[in-house]
Design a protein around this ligand. Sequence first.
Ligand code: URA
Length: 211
Amino acid sequence: MRLHVADHPLVAHKLTVLRNERTASPTFRLLVDELVTLLAYEATREVRTEPHPITTPVTDTVGTRIADPQPLVVPILRAGLGMLDGMTRLLPTAEVGFLGMQRDEETLEAITYANRLPDDLSGRQCFLLDPMLATGGTLVASINYLLERGARDVTAVCLLAAPEGLKVLEEAIGERADVKVVVAAVDERLDENAYIVPGLGDAGDRLYGSV
Ligand code: URA
């Protein structure tokens, strides 16, 4: 598992406004969108490309284009949806799948309650969107789900991560697969309710309200 923290003053500034409890939903949504676009630039650094011959007004040349099969972007419902536009703005040719994960209250394991993905992900580069890497349970289950269906590599794009969740991910994935995590910041810790500290609260609620 590889970790990339997007160390940039614009990311730090936008994240600070996002964390502020006085930032209301409309601004929060806009900032998530902007932050994800900045993270998407880092997350797509290893997107697969191929040579592409074109003719400019001056001459023939060989450029670059994103190779087939096109990357797959997968927001994890519900909060991951708030990250989708920011990601597809930079990857407009990507396909989009959806994954709904929730915790089974008896086993405490993350289970899939909704899935709209191609059955066969052979050779696919996948970008998982989940704003908060807290305990790591949802992300590990989602990454395993994609790898079991043949995904070639998985990049998780998150706004914030807790060290506890990163450790869980490292232990679960290790060197077994090519998995990368791109985050705006790694925070201090989880609290007793598994909220990231200092964090930004419940990302889904702040995006969409507490329904
Ligand atoms: N999910 C959230 O939305 N916020 C946290 O702090 C942890 C998990």
